[in-house]
Design a protein around this ligand. Structure first.
Ligand code: THU
Length: 133
């Protein structure tokens, strides 16, 4: 695991509450302020109420008073690196610049690094809400 955030993501993944999917995910991010924040998926018997690992890490970052993501790693037990879901891509884009690295890892030791912009081209931004009339 080359990225130092990956082992931290793997550790917090153990705490995931995923009795419905049996698919545990862990996320570890480093904020621009220099601290590490962790998250795991937390599912619910009312399935849509579950939250993703990335969302948990972002919530921990914001609750701590840190503001922006410098780098993030996500890990799961999967045959290939697991990319963030569509909703998490938008959540990452809210708190990370386009060139921020997203490392996706597997518990088996595979990893792949892309950027936030790679994951969400043509993203919806605040600029789109500027009225023209
Ligand atoms: N999941 C995440 O936590 N992050 C991802 O990037 C992909 C999916 C979770 C949501 C759900 O608890 C489980 O994985 C199966 O979709």
């Amino acid at each position: 695991m080359a990225d130092p955030l990956l082992p931290l993501a793997a550790q917090v993944r153990e705490n995931a509450h995923a009795p419905y999917s049996n698919f545990k995910v862990g996320a570890a991010l480093r904020s621009v302020e220099g601290r590490v924040h962790l998250g795991c998926n937390v599912e619910n018997v009312a399935y849509p109420e579950g939250t993703c690992a990335e969302a948990g890490a972002i919530a921990a970052m914001i609750a701590s008073g840190d503001t922006r993501i410098a780098e993030i790693a996500v890990i799961a037990d999967s045959p290939s690196p697991v990319p963030p879901c569509g909703g998490c891509r938008q959540k990452l884009a809210e708190f990370a610049d386009g060139d921020v690295k997203v490392t996706m890892g597997t518990t088996g030791g595979l990893s792949k690094t892309v950027t936030v912009a790679d994951l969400l081209p043509g993203q919806f931004t605040a600029g789109h809400m500027t009225a023209t009339t």
